[in-house]
Design a protein around this ligand. Structure first.
Ligand code: CP3
Length: 357
């Protein structure tokens, strides 16, 4: 396995991080855990600091970014922090007119439909997001031996928001462009891949010790279309990040049919949603990958005995993988009880440490 991080003497104790070790398929004392969308959402302390501050503005203020990133780390025994930002931040930073509306999601003022519209997607330079560099640097110092996960959106998901103009159920305009205007689609995907590469590089340069690409909505695409129209771009993202030496995670929702090709895209870890059991995912993803997931977030609304039984099942199936990072199958839901998440993080540590000994 690739363990250049483990060989660096001067990395603030990160070499022993169970999260980074599991990403690299090295032995761990307990199964590491973090929760997608752990920052924000249901935490009362998040709602307090966000009062009167629009979502995208909060992503440009290093003091707020740092505070919101740290909030779940204080509450839960998670093994990693995730940088508080949004997949739409780099688009906003290069001047795309967009907003994130509460309870709705990203909304684009002028949806992108033609070749002329692509001119709006200029390359991102670090000077476009000084607040990201400043916030990551501060957080890395504060977190010490706890890794900070940087992230960006995957090209299909970003394209879907840009073309549809907002959240969409069927992604019809997006897929119509993918099917019917392959050259325009490839140009768009290339530019979005460049944006994601640049945004990840800013976070890694400032000290993020792992990255996750959220191609959340790519599960809408058939495997053969994924291979032809998405995979080449995602593969380039992971290839360009590889020399930076940090583990790379690749995640999408409803991607059971895509787990094979998503593994081929080159990340070190493949995220699995709750629809495919982890032991089944092992047989779909090529060897040499760790897996991340995959408790159904809705299970957390069931009685604790059910949560515990289901979490233990995820851990047992995860032991068939070469490396396992426990997570939910998708993000924390807004109405989730933080105390249940706290109890779940403790359970994952205790139950997996028993098995390891
Ligand atoms: O804790 C973390 O995971 C870090 C922060 C984070 C946010 N967005 C903050 C946020 C991360 C990793 C994201 C990624 C993101 N953003 C994705 C991929 C992850 C996934 O869930 O699949 C997507 C698709 C988006 C786009 C987006 N931004 C949506 C769909 C929404 C929700 C809109 C709503 O209110 O239902 C947002 C807003 C958003 N991003 C919030 C947070 C904390 C909620 C905003 C608020 O509280 O006002």
């Amino acid at each position: 396995p690739n363990d250049d991080i483990a060989n660096q003497p001067d990395n603030g104790g990160l070499a022993g991080s169970p999260f980074l070790r599991a990403c690299r398929r090295l032995p761990v004392p307990h199964t590491p855990v973090w929760f997608m969308r752990q920052a924000g959402r249901s935490l009362p302390e998040y709602l307090r600091v966000r009062e009167g501050v629009p979502m995208l503005e909060s992503c440009t203020r290093p003091d707020l970014i740092a505070e919101i990133t740290m909030q779940p780390v204080r509450r839960y025994a998670v093994d990693a922090a995730i940088f508080y930002s949004d997949i739409m931040v780099p688009l906003k930073a290069i001047g795309v007119d967009l907003d994130i509306k509460p309870g709705v999601g990203p909304v684009i003022a002028d949806p992108l439909r033609s070749a002329d519209d692509l001119d709006a997607l200029r390359p991102l330079v670090p000077g476009d997001v000084p607040y990201v560099t400043e916030a990551v640097r501060g957080l890395v110092g504060e977190l010490g031996s706890m890794p900070l996960i940087g992230f960006a959106g995957g090209p299909f998901t970003l394209a879907a928001y840009l073309i549809e103009g907002g959240p969409s159920k069927n992604h019809e305009r997006t897929k119509a462009m993918m099917y019917g205007e392959p050259e325009l689609w490839a140009d768009l995907m290339g530019r979005l891949a460049d944006l994601t590469i640049a945004f990840l590089k800013v976070q890694i340069a400032a000290g993020a010790s792992a990255v996750q690409v959220f191609d959340s909505w790519v599960g809408a695409v058939a495997a053969h279309d994924y291979r032809e129209s998405v995979l080449p771009h995602t593969r380039r993202i992971f290839a360009e990040i590889e020399p930076l030496g940090v583990p790379r995670i690749h995640f999408g929702v409803g991607t059971g049919e895509l787990l094979g090709p998503m593994g081929e895209a080159g990340a070190d870890v493949v995220g699995v949603d709750w629809r495919v059991p982890l032991d089944e995912a092992v047989s779909r993803v090529e060897p040499g990958k760790a897996l991340q997931g995959n408790l159904d977030p809705a299970v957390l609304f069931a009685p604790w005995e059910t949560v515990e039984r289901r979490a233990r099942d995820v851990l047992a199936r995860g032991r068939t993988a070469e490396g396992h990072i426990f997570n939910l199958g998708h993000g924390v839901l807004p109405s989730m009880d933080p105390d249940v998440l706290a109890r779940l993080a403790d359970l994952v540590h205790e139950a997996s440490a028993e098995d390891a000994s």
